[in-house]
Write a protein that binds this ligand. Structure first.
Ligand code: HEM
Ligand code: HEM
Ligand SMILES: [Fe+2]
Length: 488
């Protein structure tokens, strides 16, 4: 081990060296995401802003695609991060894994550049292959889709082969099965059909079954490992919880898919199926809060990494409120009839994505920096700059919650005026858009968006500097394997 507080690759095992590359790209894309979010938000306030130069649809597309890609990069990073320690074996095929990182990252860069350069044009088969596939969140053209599939196969090989040669734990089992499902579902978003209902039907398999099933399980796996590392929770407890959560998650989330089939031309039975099963979806999220809070309490919150612990708690509550509460609010067809596709939806989308997925990734960024700097102290009374992580945490969370509330108010107004009073007419749409409550909500969204961006900037600065002037070594929680039980 090198000196405490100094960034040194020798502190990391092979998988972790690759993980920090994924994390670095994730942080950059997170920056792009919030930047393009601000631009799209400004265009709500002034539709002429950058019109014809950088159109709203393009900004919005880059905003949400960057979101999906940075979260996936974060997940890939976290899997490589935990792989060697969990399997007690070095990553099998690491060189190939490294190569794929560069291939994938170059592809992402080219895709975004093309989005920005070719903003308008005819919709031909060649556009689907080369420019844009036109399915929200996963607009990447088909050449990139194929590249993604190949990369993912290599990644899957790294993970499955490492666990097979090393130790195949309960966490490993859930992870491998979940990756199979997560990657398999991606294929449902790659086909070309001319019927919009059929297209949407399959597209939702990717979007819904990702965030409300496979990504949630991915988060549960990463969280299980995180709780063992920083709180010292026993493997028996986290694995038992993990199995329960997975059962509840898939039990409600798979048929919960029906809450997107209310109004897109699918058969009427989806109203009941979607309403019923999706209403059960908050249950595993409650279980996850109980689990995290119980574990933290039973270990008297004694932990080896305060920023990571704080972000893990933010995840438990953010997931519950953003997905569970904000999702439940509009998931019954009787309510969704009025709220569908309004800012209400965007309000939920922001809090859920941030609360469930951004938070856990940020927690792992802090874990990574800690070990990279030689298992440096990251508990109370940090030398030099302990205020930064707390302010970043506060600004990011208050910023996103502020945006969420602002959009909820706008969405409430749309549901009442455009839908209920004006009867969903074209004219009603414009009445609602001009209403002061809508307009003010959009201003507040932008103001809190600025706060979010300030939090992001501070977070990046903090990640780059935390632990730099610290001379104390991390104290592992009693019973914890600590960071680095298997150094490779
Ligand atoms: C972490 C988990 C979740 C994430 C990231 C998430 C995210 C989103 C996003 C981004 C949308 C908008 C999709 C679009 O562009 O049309 C959406 C829609 C929706 N979500 Fe979630 N969601 C999550 C969990 C849930 C849960 C647990 C429920 C129900 C209890 C729920 C209920 C809904 C409903 C009903 C819609 C459709 C809204 C409409 O009709 O416009 N979501 N979700
Ligand atoms: C930095 C401040 C941000 C601003 C100003 C902003 C603004 C926007 C705007 C204007 C849209 C388009 C909404 C529409 O089509 O009506 C949007 C969509 C979206 N943003 Fe953000 N955003 C920000 C940060 C974030 C963050 C931090 C996340 C999640 C981690 C996020 C997730 C989303 C999602 C999921 C959608 C699609 C929602 C839907 O289709 O319902 N945004 N954002
Ligand atoms: Fe859903």
């Amino acid at each position: 081990m090198a000196m405490i507080g100094v960034l040194d690759g020798a502190n990391l095992n092979g998988g972790q060296k690759l993980a920090v590359k994924y994390y670095a790209v994730a942080v950059v894309l997170f920056g792009a995401q919030v930047l393009f979010g601000l631009l799209s938000g400004l265009q709500y306030l002034n539709p002429d802003f950058l019109f014809g130069v950088l159109d709203f649809n393009v900004n919005r597309m880059v905003h949400i695609n960057a979101l999906v890609v940075w979260l996936l990069y974060g997940f890939l990073g976290s899997v490589y991060w935990l792989l060697e320690e969990e399997a007690q074996h070095e990553v099998v095929g690491l060189r190939l894994g490294n190569l794929i990182f560069w291939v994938l990252t170059s592809a992402v860069a080219v895709v975004v550049l093309v989005f920005l350069v070719v903003q308008v044009g005819p919709g031909r088969m060649s556009s689907i292959w080369l420019i844009n596939e036109g399915r929200e969140y996963i607009e990447a053209p088909r050449w990139a889709d194929i590249g993604i599939v190949v990369s993912v196969l290599v990644f899957f090989y790294n993970v499955a082969a490492t666990f097979t040669k090393g130790r195949f734990t309960g966490i490993a089992g859930v992870l491998v099965m979940d990756l199979l499902a997560l990657f398999g579902i991606y294929l449902a978003g790659m086909f070309y059909v001319t019927n919009v209902s059929i297209d949407q039907y399959w597209w939702w398999w990717v979007i819904h079954l990702w965030v409300e099933a496979t990504w949630e399980v991915m988060v549960a796996v990463i969280m299980a490992y995180g709780l063992m590392k920083i709180l010292g929770v026993s493997r028996r407890i986290v694995e038992t919880w993990l199995y329960i959560e997975v059962a509840l998650m898939f039990g409600s989330g798979i048929l919960g898919l029906g809450h997107h089939y209310f109004w897109i031309g699918t058969p009427e039975y989806w109203l009941s199926i979607g309403g019923f099963f999706s209403a059960l979806e908050p249950i595993p999220l409650v279980a996850m809060v109980v689990h995290a809070v119980y574990d933290a309490g039973s270990h008297k919150i004694k932990n080896s990494n305060h920023p990571a612990m704080a972000w893990i708690i933010a995840q438990a509550f953010g997931n519950f409120f953003g997905a569970g509460v904000w999702g439940f609010m509009h998931t019954l067809p009787q309510i969704n009839l009025y709220t569908h596709g309004t800012q209400w939806t965007a309000s939920h989308g922001h809090l859920a994505f941030f609360g469930a997925f951004a938070t856990i990734n940020i927690a792992f960024f802090y874990l990574a920096m800690q070990k990279w700097r030689g298992n440096v102290w990251m508990s109370e009374a940090l030398a030099g700059n302990g205020w930064k992580w707390k302010w970043a945490l506060g600004l990011l969370n208050v910023g996103v919650i502020g945006m969420t509330i602002a959009m909820l108010i706008s969405g409430y107004e749309q549901s009442q005026i455009e839908r209920a009073i004006e009867g969903s007419t074209w004219a009603g749409y414009f009445v609602a858009q001009a209403h002061p409550w809508f307009v003010q909500g959009m201003w507040w969204r932008e103001a809190f968006g600025l706060m979010t961006v300030a939090g992001y900037v501070l977070m990046v600065w903090d990640l780059l500097t935390i632990g730099k002037v610290e001379t104390r070594v991390m104290v592992t929680a009693p019973g914890s394997e600590g960071q680095g039980a298997y150094a490779g």
